[in-house]
Design a protein around this ligand. Structure first.
Ligand code: 4AD
Ligand code: MG
Length: 461
């Protein structure tokens, strides 16, 4: 089978030649003696028209096909200078690989994204979702390419874990216990020592802690895998299952972290602009009119940098504009993040040195005793896309902080060990992969950039 994309790219090579294509019927109409099929094969979203005639043995069968049917077509590619499309196929044969029922849920009209979410098994057959998921695939490749070119080692960190990296208590429990008949301890609590792992376990919220162990051996590593959060927030930017990229570098401070994050984002933007120009133009025309200008500006200018304390001063002056008022010590909400990046800086911005009480236990404490060496990267349209920090590398300071925050020392023994045996200054961050795809495509809802989204009350298909 020849890909429709290939026909568009190298059309001169195929004109007046016999070719075979295979795909799914987008539309079909027939007259008495001939008919037209518009075919899509997933390789490109420009339509390919097929002309078939009643001289074919199975003309009846073809004419009765419904939208969505899978067919294999052999014929001659002919130029159509008068038509909208540059060519069509004059078919010799149309083989029906799989017919489609008359209630096929995708019709020629434009469907809303909401509706398409209810048929996430079929929405990849639409132009928008073919573009989204092609960009998603390319971006994953670009991220690997970026890190591999720089000598970072790709580490597979576990999905089942006994620790809570972010300490936010948003874990999905993993258990084999009989829910109807839970074993209990003498104090009446669930007895997890009877469970599969002999302890309470969950799906990981982040691969960072394990990633740090590998950074303390390879220097530079990255993870790229699924993470899980039982955040009960029904927003356009939160999913219960999402993918995260987490680089970790030994002998690196917060500045090195920001340089890496900025280089990585610029690299993937350039990569998709260069390698998927048709898809990026499609988004610019149909999804987000300012997208290409914005992305071109991002790659050609420096990200802004501001401390949390400076950011709060800027935001406090505009508290009348916000639902949640800002003062020093409050966590920044999406409305504040977007205000900073969209109204104040008008480009991506790194916010650093957050109050320690709103950040995770592992972040390095600053000299002031109040803040930690954290960094979030905020981008227009989304807000936080990256969260990272320099890590606390001092055994005693880390232990004290863990106790203050009520973490059980025995669950983090390996993590403390790393501070005992050749501890280094080290830093890393997590890029939310879906938020990155939203940023690159202009798509406004995280449910529309992950093939089968998992969100509150939604694990249907
Ligand atoms: O800021 P977060 O929670 O940072 C960490 O997990 C660190 N362990 C990362 C590190 O330093 N290695 O999450 C990182 C990023 C966020 O900036 C956001 O882009 C994304 O992960 N993210 C989510 N994406 C989709 N749905 C959710 N529920 C998300 N929670 C976080
Ligand atoms: Mg964060």
């Amino acid at each position: 089978l020849i890909a429709i994309r290939e026909l568009y790219k190298n059309k001169d090579q195929y004109l007046d030649q016999k070719i075979t294509v295979g795909g799914w019927v987008r539309s079909i109409r027939d007259s008495k003696a001939f008919g037209f099929i518009v075919l899509n094969d997933g390789t490109f979203f420009e339509p390919l028209q097929i002309v078939y005639h009643d001289t074919m043995d199975n003309f009846e069968e073809i004419s009765k096909l419904n939208v969505g049917a899978a067919v294999i077509v052999t014929g001659t590619l002919v130029a159509t200078p008068q038509a909208k499309q540059p060519f069509e196929i004059q078919a010799d044969t149309v083989e029906v690989e799989g017919a489609s029922a008359p209630d096929y849920p995708l019709q020629k009209k434009r469907h809303s994204f909401e509706y398409l979410r209810t048929i996430s098994h079929l929405r990849p057959r639409t132009n928008t979702f073919q573009a989204v998921f092609r960009i998603r695939s390319l971006t994953a490749y670009a991220i690997h390419k970026f890190f591999q070119e720089r000598g970072f080692v790709y580490v597979h960190t576990p999905l089942i874990t006994g620790s809570d990296c972010e300490g936010a208590g948003e874990m999905f429990r993993v258990t084999t216990l009989d829910m109807e008949n839970l074993p209990k301890t003498d104090e009446g609590k669930v007895d997890y020592s009877k469970d599969f792992f002999g302890k309470e376990t969950s799906l990981t919220v982040s691969g960072q802690l394990n990633g740090e162990a590998y950074a303390q051996a390879f220097r530079n590593i990255y993870t790229f895998g699924p993470t899980f959060r039982a955040e009960n927030s029904n927003t356009t930017r939160h999913a219960a299952e999402f993918w995260m990229i987490e680089p970790e570098m030994a002998f690196a401070d917060l500045d090195d972290n920001m340089m890496l994050a900025e280089a990585m984002l610029k690299y993937v933007i350039n990569y998709v602009l260069e390698n998927a120009p048709e898809e990026m133009n499609f988004f610019n025309s149909f999804v987000d009119k300012g997208l290409l200008d914005r992305l071109h500006n991002v790659v050609s200018s420096e990200f802004a940098r501001v401390t949390y304390t400076e950011a709060v001063e800027l935001l406090e002056k505009n508290n009348d504009k916000f639902e949640y008022k800002v003062s020093w010590g409050t966590d920044l909400q999406t409305e504040h993040e977007r205000y900073l990046t969209e109204e104040v800086f008008k480009r991506p911005v790194f916010v650093t040195d957050y109050p320690k009480d709103i950040k995770a236990f592992y972040m390095k404490q600053n000299e002031d005793g109040k803040t930690v060496a954290a960094v979030d990267c905020l981008v227009p349209g989304i807000g936080e896309i990256i969260g990272g920090s320099q890590r606390e590398d001092d055994y005693e300071k880390l232990l004290v902080r863990m106790k203050e925050m009520g973490l059980a020392e025995e669950d983090y023994k390996f993590y403390l060990d790393l501070r005992k045996y050749g501890s280094t200054r080290h830093s890393g961050f997590g890029l939310g992969f879906e938020r990155c795809i939203m940023y690159l495509t202009g798509m406004g809802n995280i449910r529309d950039v992950i093939p089968f989204p998992r969100t509150v009350n939604n694990c249907d298909l």
